[in-house]
Design a protein. Structure first.
Length: 295
């Protein structure tokens, strides 16, 4: 069991959730306020997406990231900042004419996905370690081996820690290859993502199998989506991992009770403490992950 647990709060994501809960932050000010509230509640790390202010949909706009990061860095808290670098991999195909891209496609190069990371130099950014049939319909998330190697090499040059997002065992296999090739600075950081259709299902045996595949010295977090989010906090801690909660992955504190990011953070911390573990402060998280603290 993990005795010192890093708690990440994933604030907003890019999913179509803004109409489902009034607590999902959209504007840079709202996202920063949620990050600050989660940090005050005890989160070690805040994981940040941004959204188009007019539509509420996910965005890659560097100016939006710049404002969120500025507000968090100028606040009275100092969480580890983790910026998504997964935006720009969405491909929606016409099933009758599969060479045709449909509206909603946002597909750019590995380097273009890192534009905000290049400028803002967060302590952590994500890298999604494989392509995936993303739910029903004809949407595919694209992240090829060539793209991944190119992105990982640039992230390493920037002195940023990549959080390798793992959606199935094939993703994990390739992430291990990047570690072996020296593209990932030690200790490698894995995020084992469970329950996202059609990636790895929410299954404790599968999580154990994936943990068994990790290289020696790896640090890892796991999360599950929806109603499995909070139970998965315990599952992850018991197997030796860190945890992630937040409105990116789940909107509810309990059945019918909509949550805030701070409330989900507080509940996760309670679970960690009930298991006899303690929560890492941001500086302890930096030490565990060997992060280079940014100004």
């Amino acid at each position: 069991m993990n005795r010192k647990v890093i708690v990440t709060c994933a604030l907003t994501g890019a999913g179509d959730t803004t109409g489902k809960s009034e607590h999902v932050p959209v504007t840079p000010e709202q996202i920063a306020d949620n990050a600050i509230a989660a940090a005050r509640a005890g989160a070690s790390v805040v994981h940040i997406h941004v959204r188009d202010v007019e539509t509420g949909q996910g965005s890659r706009d560097v100016a939006l990231y710049r404002e969120v990061v500025r507000l968090v860095r100028e606040s009275d808290v100092d969480p580890v900042i983790n910026l998504t670098a997964g935006m720009g991999g969405d491909l929606i195909l016409d099933p009758g004419e599969p060479t045709k891209q449909l509206p909603g496609t946002d597909l750019v190069s590995a380097i273009e996905r890192l534009a905000h990371v290049e400028e803002l130099r967060p302590e952590i950014c994500t890298i999604d370690c494989g392509s995936l049939n993303f739910g029903e319909g004809s949407q595919v998330y694209i992240s090829t081996p060539d793209m991944l190697r190119e992105g990982a090499e640039r992230i390493k040059e920037l002195g940023v820690k990549p959080e390798m997002e793992i959606f199935d065992t094939g993703n994990l296999w390739f992430a291990n290859i990047m570690v072996e090739e020296g593209l990932i600075a030690p200790p490698p950081l894995y995020q084992l993502c469970m329950g996202i259709p059609y990636g790895a299902p929410v299954n404790a045996g599968l999580l154990q199998a994936m943990v068994n595949m990790l290289p020696d010295g790896a640090q890892w977090t796991s999360f599950a989506i929806g109603r499995d989010q909070l139970p998965w906090v315990a599952q992850s801690v018991l197997l030796g991992g860190h945890v992630r909660v937040g409105l990116e992955d789940n909107l509810y504190l309990s059945k019918g009770v909509k949550a805030t990011n701070a409330q989900l953070t507080e509940r996760a911390i309670q679970i960690v403490h009930d298991l006899g573990s303690s929560v890492a402060t941001p500086d302890e998280a930096r030490e565990i992950l060997q992060l280079e603290k940014k100004a």
